[in-house]
Ligand binder design. Structure first.
Ligand code: ADP
Ligand code: 5RP
Length: 559
């Protein structure tokens, strides 16, 4: 049989990355990234320059199409693979990233009449302006005795589908009316590739309250939330929910033209980006955890059991690997937090020194921070620069650094920020174990493990665990490709299921990060102090809520 290949397309926060992988051996034959031209739109709309409110984060869907147009032909060219040898395509996407579209699948924001309305654009996962709606969903679920939120650690997030769609209805009812569907961006890409309207059980399960046996929450629940939402799931969220690894359709002639692939190529149901890292790391067994470490950090745990875990973002049957419950929890600012410090807060001399040495500001700070002993800087940070998405589930919480003195230096702050995210991760891991979801083996993937060794060592030291690193540089894209190989099916030379494909196609590096005992002891001590700050500011204290209230009031005042 002729050699067969699959393509994985990973839509991250800042760019889209495409890999081409050998169906038998896995790995990455070639990869290519296309940066989103519009980036993340947080202040003003492109074109009209219309100002956005607090906590908005939009994107432009044309940027995603550009990834298909640029990066897919490029991996074909570099690898020398002929289009006919590609048997399947998989797509993963950050989530919950949603957009309103018309009946042809065209995004409303590209239509002239809606171009000036921010609600017509893609709402990126980190759009946090629907916190009010999320709070009301939480209150109403409690009051009405609905139990579906138990699968989401008891709280809904402002990042998710219903809160975001409800925000559109509240602030721009004409956009709500005009939308034929609100779709996850991953499902939209699949629709653009195949012409089929299919929803993924992964994003529907983790981000839209969908359940394999129960479906969506009742019409009654939505009606009592807001009478205008009664038919939400039958209309704006309609579409068959298909399981991961299944074939969403085949590449249309138009999409084949755009990508340089052959019409008829199998296209898999989309998967959330972090969740694709599970297959991409080869984790397919109960007790295995994958840390997808990039802009944010997602912790994904596989288990035979379904239990309630404090602060879990969601548990979905077959949500990552068929036959297992997949738990997701995480932190919404990790790489983004370090990026904020490098871009917004370091003094000019650091940038100059880094430029002189020809390294990035991250690397310059990492090198100096690595010379410090744990705890030597006297600092403790709490990692809520983009709110808390785990045991506290509150986008209104904000970051903290305590222990600053006139002697504090930038590498010390950088190290404290790296540590703060590791403490946040340890808190989540403890919540899993306390709830009876064991974590026996840890894999790391995403952009950070390959970029920052100090970060990885700190994670091993803070958690006291050995960490294995996924071998693929673009692990989530490889994970998506693995879904493509399953969607192709055995009849086209693919695999019968996700576990079989992942075991064969994904590998880990030989080198692992192991905890250093003397560091573990210091971090145990610091972690206890972190938990004190976590509880004082997160559970009891109103300080951050009040700050946010005053900020909102004063920002509206100045607009
Ligand atoms: N050397 C580094 N150390 C720590 N963080 C880094 C480093 N270089 C880049 N970052 C951060 O990594 C994040 C991007 O992660 P990546 O996994 O590549 O993308 P995505 O999250 O979009 O999939 C950015 O937030 C950036 O600030
Ligand atoms: O919520 C998510 C997963 O459930 C997002 O997709 C994720 O947090 C953003 O991913 P990345 O850090 O890779 O950009």
């Amino acid at each position: 049989m002729e050699k067969r290949y699959v393509i994985g397309i990973d839509f991250g926060t800042e760019s889209g990355r495409v890999v081409i992988a050998d169906v038998e051996q896995g790995g990455e034959l070639a990869s290519h990234a296309t940066l989103y031209r519009h980036g993340t739109i947080v202040e003003r709309l492109p074109g009209s320059g219309k100002a956005l409110g607090q906590d908005w984060a939009l994107q432009h869907p044309d940027d995603y199409i550009e990834v298909l147009k640029q990066s897919v032909p490029e991996v074909l060219r570099v690898s020398g693979v002929r289009p006919a040898q590609v048997i399947g395509i998989g797509v993963d996407f950050t989530s919950c990233t949603i957009l309103p579209v018309d009946a042809q699948g065209q995004p409303l924001c590209v239509q002239e009449r809606y171009q000036d309305d921010p609600h017509a654009y893609v709402k990126l996962w980190k759009h946090h302006a629907a916190q009010e709606e999320a709070n009301r969903i939480n209150e109403w679920a409690k009051e009405s005795g609905e139990t579906f939120l138990a699968r989401y650690g008891g709280k809904s997030s402002s990042e998710w589908m219903v809160a975001k769609v409800w925000q559109v209805l509240n602030e721009a009812p004409e956009i709500y009316q005009a939308a034929y569907r609100f779709v996850e961006a991953g499902d939209w890409i699949v629709q653009q590739l195949t012409g089929n309207w299919v929803r993924s059980n992964c994003s529907a399960g983790y981000k839209s309250f969908w359940h394999k046996q129960d479906g969506y929450p009742s019409r009654q629940f939505f009606k009592q939330l807001d009478p205008r939402l009664e038919d939400l799931t039958d209309t704006k969220l309609a579409g068959d929910v298909l399981p991961l690894g299944s074939r969403a359709g085949e590449l249309s002639a138009e999409a084949a033209q755009l990508t340089g692939l052959c019409p008829g190529t199998a296209v898999a149901v989309a998967i959330i980006d972090a969740h694709a890292g599970v297959a991409g790391s080869g984790a397919v067994r109960s007790g295995q955890m994958v840390m997808a470490m990039g802009t944010s950090l997602c912790l994904l745990v596989l288990s035979h059991n379904e239990v309630s875990v404090e602060g879990v973002s969601g548990v979905v049957e077959d949500g990552m690997i068929t036959g297992l419950y997949g738990y997701e929890a995480g932190q919404p600012a990790v790489g983004d937090l370090f990026g904020w410090y490098c871009d917004q807060a370091v003094p000019g001399y650091v940038q100059e020194e880094a430029a002189k040495e020809g390294v990035s500001v991250h690397t310059w700070l990492e090198q100096r921070a690595a010379e410090l002993n744990p705890g030597q800087h006297g600092l403790l940070a709490v990692d809520w620069w983009n709110g808390n998405r785990s045991v506290l589930e509150d986008a209104d919480l904000s970051g903290l650094i305590v222990g600053l003195t006139l002697q504090t230096k930038p590498p010390e702050i950088y190290r404290a920020l790296l540590e703060s995210t590791a403490f946040g991760t340890r808190k989540i891991m403890e919540a899993f174990e306390e709830a009876g979801v064991p974590v026996n083996e840890i894999f790391a993937c995403g952009g950070l493990p390959k970029r920052n060794r100090l970060f990885m060592q700190i994670y091993a030291d803070v958690t006291g665990r050995e960490i294995k690193i996924a071998a693929a540089a673009e692990t989530t894209a490889l994970g998506a490709a693995i879904h493509g190989a399953v969607a192709a099916g055995t009849e086209r030379g693919g695999y019968p299921d996700l576990a079989a494909a992942a075991i064969q196609m994904a590998k880990v590096r030989e080198e692992t990060f192991r905890p250093i005992p003397e560091n573990v002891a210091v971090y145990d001590d610091l972690y206890r102090q972190y938990i004190r700050l976590h509880d004082v500011f997160g559970r009891g204290g109103l300080v951050m809520k009040e700050l946010k209230r005053i900020k909102r009031k004063q920002s509206n005042h100045s607009e």
